[in-house]
Ligand binder design. Structure first.
Ligand code: ZN
Length: 293
C-alpha cells in the first residue's frame, strides 16, 4: 500500500500553539521504520484542482495572504506562504491517495481530512476541502461515479456536507460528538451524534448501524474514510471516551465492511489532539496498519 506524505512542507506557528504539527513527521518515521507502507511525497494541488471546490475570490485571498484577522482566527492558524504550500500538498495527497485506492484497493494520505473548509471560507484548521476536490476531480475524469464519505473524526464534517451534500452521487456519513464543534452544523446524509463520554461499546454499536445504512444508499465506487484520532479518551478536543483498542476496532469495521462490499478505501487522518502526541501517532499507525493488510 502507498501512503502519501507532505510533512516536510511545514509552516511557522507561534510558541505554544495547540495544533500538533509534529505528529505527521513522527508518523511517517514510524511507518518507514516498520515498513508498513511505501511512503511517497505527494504533488501539490494546482489552482484548477482547488477551484473545483473553492470560490475564485477566496482562493486568491488565501494565495496572496489577504485573509482578514477574523478569518485567520476562524481558521485557527496564522497565514504564511508555507501554510498555502502545505494546504496544496495536503489536497494533492488526498487526490493521489484517492486515485491510488481505485487501482490498488486502499491508499492513505498521512494527513488531510480538512472537512471544515467551505467553498469561500476556511475554519477549524482547514484551509481547503480536500475531499470535495478529490471527489469532483475523480468524478470529472470518469474514475468514480458514486462515492461514500465515512467521516469518523469526532467533529462534524460541516464543510464537506455543505459542498458534497447536494451531490446525489455522494453519501456523507458520520459519527460526531454531539456537544462538540462545530456548533452551527450542516446536516449530512446519514449521521449519529454521541453524548460526551461515550465509550467503546456504544461507539462500535453506532458504527455497526451507520455502515450498513450508508452502503444501502447505493454501491459506491470509492469510500473516503476520515479516520480521525480525536474520539480518543485522552484527546484534548474530543470529549468522547473511546480507547485505542476501540479505535482499532472501528478501523477494522470500516475495512471489513468495505472489503465485503468490494469498495476501495482512501484513508485520511483528519484530527488528533491527544494529550500525549505519541498516542495520536499510535492511533494513526494502527489505522495505517489495518489497511496495509
Ligand atoms: Zn476533529
Amino acid at each position: 500500500m502507498r501512503a502519501f506524505a507532505h510533512d516536510r512542507f511545514t509552516y511557522p506557528l507561534p510558541e505554544g500553539h495547540r495544533f500538533p504539527l509534529g505528529r505527521y513527521r513522527m508518523l511517517r518515521e514510524a511507518i518507514e521504520s516498520a515498513g508498513l507502507a511505501e511512503v511517497v511525497e505527494a504533488p501539490p494541488a494546482d489552482d484548477a484542482d482547488l477551484l473545483l471546490a473553492h470560490d475564485p475570490r477566496y482562493l486568491e485571498r488565501v494565495v496572496h495572504g489577504r485573509l482578514t484577522d477574523r478569518e485567520q482566527r476562524a481558521l485557527g492558524l496564522p497565514w504564511s506562504p508555507q501554510l498555502v504550500e502545505r494546504g496544496r500538498r495536503s489536497v494533492g495527497a488526498t487526490l493521489a491517495a484517492a486515485r491510488d485506492a481505485c487501482v490498488d484497493g486502499a491508499a492513505v494520505n498521512l494527513g488531510g481530512g480538512t472537512h471544515h473548509a467551505f467553498a469561500a471560507s476556511g475554519r477549524g484548521f482547514c484551509t481547503f476541502n480536500d475531499v470535495a476536490v478529490a471527489v469532483r476531480r475523480l468524478r470529472g475524469d470518469g474514475t468514480v461515479g458514486r462515492v461514500l464519505v465515512v467521516d469518523l473524526d469526532v467533529h462534524q464534517g460541516d464543510g464537506t456536507n455543505a459542498l458534497l451534500g447536494p451531490d446525489p452521487l455522494t453519501t456523507c456519513a458520520g459519527i460526531n460528538g454531539g456537544a462538540n464543534y462545530p456548533f452551527r452544523r450542516v446536516p449530512g446524509d446519514v449521521e449519529e451524534d454521541l453524548p460526551d463520554g461515550t465509550g467503546d461499546d456504544a461507539y462500535v454499536e453506532a458504527l455497526g448501524r451507520l455502515l450498513p445504512a450508508a452502503l444501502a444508499r447505493g454501491a459506491p465506487d470509492l469510500c473516503v474514510y476520515l479516520a480521525g484520532a480525536d474520539p480518543y479518551e485522552d484527546d484534548r478536543l474530543g470529549r468522547l471516551a473511546v480507547t485505542q483498542a476501540g479505535l482499532a476496532e472501528r478501523d477494522r469495521m470500516v475495512r471489513d465492511h468495505m472489503r465485503a462490499a468490494g469498495v476501495p478505501v482512501c484513508v485520511l487522518l483528519a484530527g488528533g489532539y491527544g494529550r500525549r502526541i505519541e498516542d495520536t501517532v499510535a492511533i494513526n499507525l494502527a489505522t495505517v496498519s489495518s489497511f496495509a493488510r
